[in-house]
Design a protein around this ligand. Structure first.
Ligand code: SF4
Ligand code: SF4
Length: 397
């Protein structure tokens, strides 16, 4: 395992961080907690969670494991988060920190993040007088938290403006081998300003493992596309910690093996990748789920957007997308839908919530057209089948 200083702090953190956002919810909390203990035994010492991850169970799972690791408290770092959209006063920040401390079974949170800053006014709200940041500073003075960081999905230029103010010890960013040309400015600015840089989403929400062949251009020929994408972040000199969402022990093993090999992308590698990733690859749904609860029409937005990914990823034609929608109706992501794309009333709440800033409303309009075409085809098919049946019957009479 590689260890390095988290920005200008004294924390010596592992290059691989445990991401507590992908537990298998069909398993018990105790079973999932075993994964943290295993990760720690493999040298991982940075553990990241948040309230609401995994149906609001992630902090509890951490709490079970961290209690068992209490005798090694100096050997690991705990990170959690609070959203400025909900925590709008210093008092609420204190209450949120106390709640997380209790659930996590620790006396101190090492890294507390102002979480999910998608727009600049989220940041401004956190920093206002009497707001979240002020509350976190007080918690820090009282020893309840050690470091304040920011977790953001803002464009690189805006990240650069924020980190230059030196209000935070670190920054958590969604950066990976597919979107780095668009996110790199933020990573470089944070690193140059002496902040710890934590990368989330190194596998683009599971897209890379699901499409190994498509992303073969990431590899040097000696590794899988998944391993290459992990290597891109884990061995990047400007990235301090790479969060790997853990569902199974193998996820930990793969990431640790990559960290062991310690081979950063060369300039040639970066150039090879840069020429292959298009603008479209920054506009993919990562399945992060931040839009899940916001639709008044109950449209399964994340599912629709993941089906839509096929268009920019593989350059699918209109007819191919119609067939894709059809197959997803039968046994894919759209089997259980309670509403269709055409039910969108364009309220905009999903676009507000989307960490990838996707133009969801426009995409749903496109999907609606595909769904109509599919329904027309199905109706025609039923019509022909009915006529053929009628002919057959009259012949048999
Ligand atoms: S814009 Fe459409 S899809 Fe998005 S939340 Fe509103 S109704 Fe739902
Ligand atoms: S549509 Fe946006 S918010 Fe929803 S899952 Fe996809 S990337 Fe996340």
């Amino acid at each position: 395992m590689i260890y390095q200083k988290y920005g200008n702090t004294d924390a010596n953190v592992s290059a691989v961080g445990f991401g507590g956002m992908r537990f298998d919810e069909s398993k018990s909390k105790a079973e999932n907690a075993e994964l943290l203990l295993y990760a720690h035994s493999k040298g991982i010492n940075y553990f990241d969670t948040a309230p609401s991850y995994c149906g609001d169970t992630s902090e509890d799972i951490f709490g079970i494991a961290l209690k068992q690791m209490a005798d090694r408290r100096d050997d690991f770092y705990v990170s959690t988060k609070g959203m400025p959209t909900a925590i709008d006063t210093a008092g609420k920040a204190r209450a949120a920190v106390e709640k997380s401390l209790k659930r996590l079974n620790v006396d101190k949170i090492d890294f507390y993040h102002v979480w999910c800053v998608r727009r600049i006014d989220h940041y401004e709200s956190a920093m206002k007088s009497g707001g979240m940041y002020e509350g976190l500073l007080r918690c820090k003075e009282q020893g309840l938290i050690d470091h304040i960081a920011i977790s953001t999905h803002l464009p690189g230029g805006q990240v650069a403006q924020i980190v230059e103010k030196r209000e935070f010890d670190g920054v958590l960013l969604g950066v990976n081998a597919l979107n780095f040309p668009y996110r790199w400015e933020g990573v470089q600015a944070a690193h140059a300003a002496g902040l710890g840089v934590v990368a989330m989403n190194p596998l683009s929400g599971g897209l890379i493992p699901r499409h190994e062949a498509k992303f073969g251009f990431l590899t040097d020929g000696q590794e899988t596309a998944t391993e290459a994408a992990l290597r891109f972040c884990i061995n990047c000199p400007q990235i301090t910690v790479t969060l790997v969402g853990v569902t199974r022990k193998e996820h930990i093993d793969t990431a640790c093996n990559v960290a062991q090999a310690a081979q950063p992308f060369t300039d040639d590698d970066l150039e090879r990748v840069r020429t292959r990733v298009s603008d479209n690859m920054n506009a993919l749904c990562t399945g992060c789920g931040y839009c899940l609860k916001c639709c008044p029409q109950n449209i399964p937005i994340a599912n629709y957007m993941q089906v839509y990914n096929e268009k920019p990823l593989f350059g699918r034609s209109k007819m191919e997308m119609v067939m894709k929608i059809g197959s997803n109706y039968q046994w894919g992501l759209l089997v259980d839908r309670r509403a269709n794309a055409g039910d969108c009333i364009e309220c905009g709440q999903c676009e507000e919530a989307c960490t990838q800033h996707l133009n969801i409303i426009e995409r749903l309009k496109e999907i609606d057209a595909w769904e109509r075409m599919l329904n027309w085809k199905l109706t025609r098919l039923a019509h022909f089948a009915f006529r053929a049946l009628r002919k057959l019957r009259s012949r048999l009479r």
